[in-house]
Design a binder for this molecule. Structure first.
Ligand code: IDP
Ligand code: MG
Length: 160
């Protein structure tokens, strides 16, 4: 056990959250964004974006060898996505909980996938799986100048 390698719940992290093309087509953009907003995380970047194939391949490069990889790339590039950068203490793991299991049939009710999706190949939303990947993915999807550093007026009501 290496305690110095374990992210403390005090650590401010960033997560890359993306509403996939099915979420946009189905009119779920507001619903999905509001779940992260209501939780109390800070939005640092937001855009509607048609993802080029090369970027989708880079984003999902760890899944390159999977049989579903070509279909996954077709899915992610089939229409606009909503790219978001969210910041907060423990945001990476918390966002994964709000999103729910990869297969929406295994996702708990109350989660985004549990409430709004049925199939793994149409699971409406992406969330980074580690703080390092959060940083990597935000750098991949956003250009310099597209992220805002700001202080929400509600911050004293969200942080002790
Ligand atoms: P995650 O999105 O919950 O982190 P990953 O295992 O990282 O899940 O897979 C990335 C995405 O690839 C999933 O969200 C889903 O869209 C797609 N995917 C994963 N496994 C399958 C599969 O077995 N069939 C079709 N698509 C899949
Ligand atoms: Mg993943």
């Amino acid at each position: 056990f290496l305690p110095h390698l374990v992210a403390s719940m005090e650590d401010v992290e960033e997560s890359y959250i993306m509403i996939k093309p099915d979420g946009v087509q189905r009119g779920l953009v507001g619903e999905i964004i509001s779940r992260f907003e209501k939780k109390g995380f800070k939005l640092k970047g937001l855009k509607l974006f048609q993802c080029p194939k090369e970027l989708a391949q880079e984003h999902y490069k760890d899944l390159q060898s999977k049989p579903f990889f070509p279909k996954l790339i077709d899915y992610i590039t089939s229409g606009p996505v909503v790219c978001m950068a969210w910041e907060g203490v423990g945001v990476v793991a918390s966002a994964r909980k709000l999103i729910g299991a990869t297969n929406p049939l295994n996702a708990e009710p109350g989660t985004i996938r549990g409430d709004l999706a049925v199939q793994t190949g149409r699971n409406v939303v992406h969330g980074s799986d580690s703080p390092d990947n959060g940083k990597r993915e935000i750098a991949l999807w956003f250009k310099e100048g597209e992220l805002c550093e700001w202080t929400p007026v509600l911050e004293p009501w969200l942080k002790e």
